[in-house]
Design a protein around this ligand. Structure first.
Ligand code: HEC
Ligand code: HEC
Length: 240
């Protein structure tokens, strides 16, 4: 691997960043600790296999996952949510994997992967370093640059805690009804009625931040304030 190059290539800037990390007490970030990642993979192993001879189990096998389009492991039956994410062009870049592992609902609202998420950024960095070994061309994969600022996609609990006003949500939903039918009818456009509030809020904020990509929904979500998103969630929650 390119470990040597990385070390000699260390610039003054990265030394500066490293000391900034020390100063602010964040964990030392970098390419990730593969051994630690292997231990963390214990959280996935009940459902996923990786490595030589890996086969699909509850979840698809994870060889070559980096930079692969989502939902494309042969012989595995994905949920409709994952199929749609795939059709929309979701590709498992490092950034997208990081967000998915942090909380699968960030990217695929109704994924069948029932995993609560790995909230610690260093844990995810180490786990991804471990998984990256099993991707086809590890040398082509952009290295995780040391980040002083955490890239957590998780919502501020204060935003999740906002209690929405369903009547205001009903008023706002006029903008959505042209596409999302109240009847929940699914015409290539997903039904959004009767959802848990938290999942709904997470989905809209994921469009708003752009981590979940879809031109129309990103545009819609960017116009909404936190309170408006909460109101819409409160309204759609009880809509049959
Ligand atoms: C309880 C079982 C379970 C656990 C635990 C679990 N997964 Fe999954 N995973 C799934 C299922 C099921 C799917 C398919 C999801 C779908 O179709 O919506 C999936 C899908 C995925 C995908 C997308 C694969 C593709 O081909 O698009 C990735 C990446 C992934 N899991 C990584 C992980 C990692 C990393 C962990 C551990 C941190 C983990 N999963 C933990 C069940 C699990
Ligand atoms: C022009 C059509 C259109 C409008 C208007 C629209 N949406 Fe969407 N919406 C879509 C499409 C298409 C998707 C599927 C995108 C994807 O797969 O990521 C979607 C996805 C969603 C999702 C995620 C669904 C899932 O199953 O993951 C939510 C939540 C949502 N929209 C809420 C809203 C709300 C709230 C409004 C009004 C403020 C709205 N949408 C307005 C077309 C629209």
């Amino acid at each position: 691997m390119t470990g040597k190059k990385r070390q000699t290539g260390k610039s003054i800037r990265s030394v500066f960043l490293a000391s900034a990390v020390l100063m602010f007490g964040a964990p030392a970030l970098g390419a990730g600790d593969i051994e630690r990642g292997e231990a963390l993979y214990g959280k996935c192993i009940g459902c996923h296999q990786v490595g030589e001879g890996a086969v699909n189990r509850i979840g698809p096998q994870l060889n070559g996952i980096f930079d692969r389009p989502a939902g494309t492991v042969e012989g595995y039956r994905y949920s409709n949510g994952m199929k749609r994410a795939s059709a929309d062009g979701l590709v498992w870049t490092r950034e997208k994997l990081d967000a998915f592992i942090e909380d699968p609902r960030i990217l695929v609202s109704r994924t069948r992967m029932s995993f609560r998420g790995m909230k610690d950024e260093q844990d995810r960095t180490d786990l991804l370093a471990y998984l990256q070994q099993y991707s086809d061309n590890p040398s082509d994969i952009p290295e995780a640059t040391p980040r002083v600022v955490g890239a957590d996609h998780d919502l501020d609990p204060a935003v999740l805690a906002i209690v929405g006003d369903p009547a205001y949500g009903e008023y706002l939903s006029g903008e959505c009804a042209g596409c999302h039918q109240d009847s929940g009818a699914n015409d290539g456009i997903p039904a959004i009625t009767n959802w848990p509030v938290e999942d709904f809020v997470i989905a809209l904020h994921a469009y708003k931040s752009g981590i979940r990509e879809h031109p129309v929904m990103e545009m819609m979500a960017k116009r909404l304030t936190d309170d408006e998103i909460a109101a819409l969630a409160a309204y759609y929650k009880d809509l049959e």
